[in-house]
Write a protein that binds this ligand. Structure first.
Ligand SMILES: Cc1cc2nc3c(=O)[nH]c(=O)nc-3n(C[C@H](O)[C@H](O)[C@H](O)COP(=O)(O)OP(=O)(O)OC[C@H]3O[C@@H](n4cnc5c(N)ncnc54)[C@H](O)[C@@H]3O)c2cc1C
Length: 344
């Protein structure tokens, strides 16, 4: 068995080193060395552990093509949970060092404090964390991150992005699309109730605001892909960040829209925020954008002179289409940040 030296460099230049044998995947070997990298499914399905191999040889194991595009694969893109080294490797991580956890993922207990239908098949779930082992109540996470929620009494965890921002009261807020026949969705619809406790794992994930000067920030959300965008925009409002900001928020039909009141409130706190609601199948009386958020993005990219940082979240097909149009209009790869909502 050969042992290989692995060197990881984060976007802000920090380095982490560990060893990995050629039958071990990089994510597991890093975790054995107490280096916990952003990841979710652990078997090549979700794309959360994406990184670029800049030097060395490796084998990629079985993975979902929706989680790693051919284009990314050809330029050295890999999913760390199914990457096996064949030599020493240098790897570039597409996030800053603060997303790397030294130790173990936190698991905490949380109480359901509200469940509210906000749109067709979409709920807002609000939780309050129970105090941790040191008596701390705080919900510490970065905007854009997600948690895994565990169905009480069952060994089932599902990833959901946080839509609020970190706070000392322990509040966690999620926007959840009820998936037909989904295990977590069914539990939420039929059994979950205010006062019930569940376990939350995290925070996890590397999606989030990219500090790159004062470039405009354009956020493209499909359905509940709005959740991490709301979190990032709320953080921008809290910190009064001056970046020009635009949110393209798309669903199929008007009944599926949600969080308009929250977005209007955000616009008073963040006056430079433009919200473009996009309906793919509008009724005759719809007077905002007709088409997908990717259509609206494409239209605006044609007339922009400053390349914005682009944040994408939602179904994989929407992300792929948005990445393609952004690249075609000259947006550099490091200004395109995405989170794919893939099924567990
Ligand atoms: C990092 C990350 C963050 C996420 N954040 C959110 C979020 O904030 N809000 C949110 O609503 N979802 C989010 N998702 C997606 C969510 O985790 C999945 O949809 C999850 O599988 C739903 O669990 P379930 O138990 O209800 O359905 P499952 O039991 O997992 O699935 C049951 C059936 O529904 C189908 N299905 C499930 N999810 C999807 C989907 N997304 N698209 C198409 N078909 C699906 C499955 O193929 C299966 O047939 C996120 C996913 C990831 C990877």
């Amino acid at each position: 068995m050969n042992n290989h030296a692995i060197e990881l460099t984060t976007r802000d230049g920090s380095q982490f080193r560990f060893n990995c044998t050629d039958d071990q995947n990089l994510l597991a070997a890093a975790a054995d060395a107490q280096i916990v990298l952003p990841a979710q499914c652990g078997y090549g399905n979700c794309g959360t552990c994406y990184a670029d191999v800049t030097q060395g040889d490796y084998t990629l194991g079985k993975h979902n093509p929706a989680a790693l595009s051919l284009e990314d694969k050809q330029k050295g893109g890999a999913l760390l949970c199914c990457t096996f080294p064949q030599s020493d490797l240098h790897i570039s991580l597409p996030f800053d060092h603060d997303r790397v956890l030294i130790g173990e993922i936190k698991i905490r207990s949380a109480e359901i404090i509200a469940i509210k239908t906000v749109g067709e098949n979409t709920l807002r779930l609000e939780l309050c964390l129970a105090p941790d082992e040191n008596g701390g109540n705080g919900a510490e996470f970065e905007p854009g991150q997600f948690m895994e929620l565990e169905v009480p009494g069952q060994d089932i965890k599902r990833a959901y992005s946080l839509s609020n921002t970190g706070n000392w009261e322990g509040k966690l807020e999620f926007l959840i699309r009820l998936q037909p026949g989904g295990l977590f969705s069914n539990w939420l619809k039929e059994q979950a109730a205010v006062g019930q406790m569940l376990l939350v794992h995290g925070p996890k994930g590397s999606f989030g605001l990219y500090e790159s000067g004062l470039k405009p920030r354009w956020f493209v959300a499909g359905g509940t892909g709005l959740a991490p965008m709301l979190s990032m925009l709320r953080r921008m409002a809290e910190f009064q960040e001056p970046h020009p900001a635009r949110l393209y928020f798309g669903v199929n039909r008007a009944e599926e829209l949600f969080c308009q009141a929250e977005l209007t409130a955000l616009q008073t706190e963040l006056p430079q925020l433009q919200v473009i609601y996009c309906l793919w199948k509008p009724e005759d009386n719809w007077d905002e954008f007709c088409g997908t958020p990717v259509d609206a993005l494409t239209q605006d990219l044609m007339s922009t002179t400053v390349m914005p940082d682009i944040y994408l979240c939602g179904p994989p097909k929407l992300i792929d289409a948005a990445e393609t149009t952004a690249r075609a209009h000259g947006v550099p790869d490091n200004q395109i940040l995405s989170e794919r909502f893939l099924p567990a």
